[in-house]
Design a binder for this molecule. Sequence first.
Ligand SMILES: [Fe+2]
Ligand SMILES: [Fe+2]
Length: 171
Amino acid sequence: MISKKIQQALNEQVNAEFYSAYLYLSMVAYFESVNLPGFATWMRAQTQEELTHAMKIYDFVSGRGGRVMLKSIAEPPTEWKSPLAAFEAAYKHEQSVTGRIDDLVNLAIEEKDHATNSFLQWFVNEQVEEESSVSGVVEKLKMVEKAPGGQFLIDRELGQRVFTPPTTEGE
Ligand SMILES: [Fe+2]
Ligand SMILES: [Fe+2]
């Protein structure tokens, strides 16, 4: 069983993960509108990842005898001034999500909820990866800022990303 406090905090995180998916899907639409299909493919995979994050928390709450309660999802921005600006916004967003996960871990520790703390460690590690993959693209885009055609090479590279659904092993 999870406490009401933990239940509420995890429900908020379900919402935050759906917002992440919404934000990245909005970026997919933006990249498609400016003819950058590779960037769009990359962000589409990112969107799918965020949906699996939301469902992972959903299943945990439900599996621990809690009650999932869905809230409305905020409207994401729809335009960015460049692919670099979009990726910088994604990076900033991931940093804020990391902060939220850290707050959740702190709450689980305060509440002496070891199961939730242990569950959240997966997200702690995931955020390290998320930040590094997004900031990697930011760095690449900065390098080609003044190089015509550089963006298209990155577009081709990002287009290779394939979403792999997480395995249920160990769950
Ligand atoms: Fe996430
Ligand atoms: Fe993320």
